[in-house]
Write a protein that binds this ligand. Sequence first.
Ligand SMILES: [Zn+2]
Length: 491
Amino acid sequence: MLLLLAGVTCGSPPAEEGVRVAPFVDHHVHVFNVGWYLLMSERKPAGYVAAGGATSEADVVARAAAAAKAAKAASGGWVTGFGWSQDAWGTPALPTSDALSAAVRDVPVAMARSDGHALWVNRAALARAGLTVGARGVLLERAAEPVLALVPAPADSDIVAAWRLGAEALAERGVLRAYDAGVLALPGIAALNTDFARYVRLLAEADRARPLPMQLCMMIPAPSPYAEQVLAMSAAERQLSPNVRITHLKLFADGALGSRGAALSHPYADDPHTSGVLRMRAPEIAAWTRRALDAGLDVATHAIGDQAVHEVLDAYEAVLRARPDVAPTRLRIEHFSYATDSDFWRAVRLGVALSVQSNFNTPRGVTPTFAEKRVGAAGAGRVYAWDRLARMGAVMVEGSDYFGEPGAPLLGLYSGIVGVNAIGERGDSPEVRSELLRRNSAWLAPGGLLQAPAGAGDAAAGFVVLSADPLLVSVESLLTIRVRPSVRPRQ
Ligand SMILES: [Zn+2]
């Protein structure tokens, strides 16, 4: 047993009691959408397509056609779905609307890709939104918003049920604090025309009625009407309920690599016709960042492609130069998936917080890697290169980015070890594991203070008890470690 590493303390308790570690902190997760996924899995409602396991485009189309028959009588006449990925059926190109529109003519269909940044629709859905048929039938980024606005909104009781299911699922995995990276519009897309105020109000009401099993720091997507309201609130008003507090504005600089919406400085290796979708440039990011800081809020900006990362760093650098009093970790970059060499160094020099996801990394031995497919062999070593960033001295925190099915409690640690670039050439060792665990447990407190994980016995932070020692078991066994009932943190 290595004392003090990753918050593992107390020596070796009797085996049946398990191993106490600091509670996990998920720095980027979509709690409502995790809960919605679980709710849909439980209820299997008419008109909903669970497309996660689909093995071909035809498979998803067939499921949508079956759901459409049922949807005519229920679900407000829409078919919605979540979880498809053309990578899962081995096709580089995104699907088109042709086969889907031929199979489902009179019921609108809207299905979110597994990355939450692409919406596959049929012609009926496009027509209802007043859109002409796109060349591909998959709407990327904000182009999906006119369709999403028409998808029937859930009932209050279902929203509350989803929040609670999501929070409970995470708490069962040892996560007692989380940063909620924003509600994704149903069926699961990052969209700015969502009624964030309603979702957040229902969450806070639920927490007041019966405490949630974890603390939630909310990021509110901007620009949006609710972001404007939040900017005008006092710090006290942003503590919405005992366990729910608004801490960040969330900005989006680009989309995701999976649907080729991540903004690259060059064409995609597997589709030379596009270099992605840049949603915000540096001046706009800087303006929102200044507004947030002036109002006492921190900022988290989604940036995956190297062009998007560059824009965010330009913005953050300008703001920090003019405001040397601001703790740089109040400014976060969500994902930081791909960057140029000079921007790796710039992120380290500025000291902004990089919120990374080890479970995005392709496992060793799988070729070509996802990174090689999308950005090409030359840049693949700079995709998800968390080990390199750690060795350079970057401030990094770890999140799952779950918005569908949550994985095993220690999936993040496991993925860090088996991922191609996550620990580079260092190989597995207790030291590497403890460093990864620390990244999964460190608390980036509101105000930008990075705090080491609290140890066992710290009543304010609580602890969790694992069924085995994550520093000692085999890599594969990490996925079988379970969390035993844990102490809830006090606010
Ligand atoms: Zn996310």
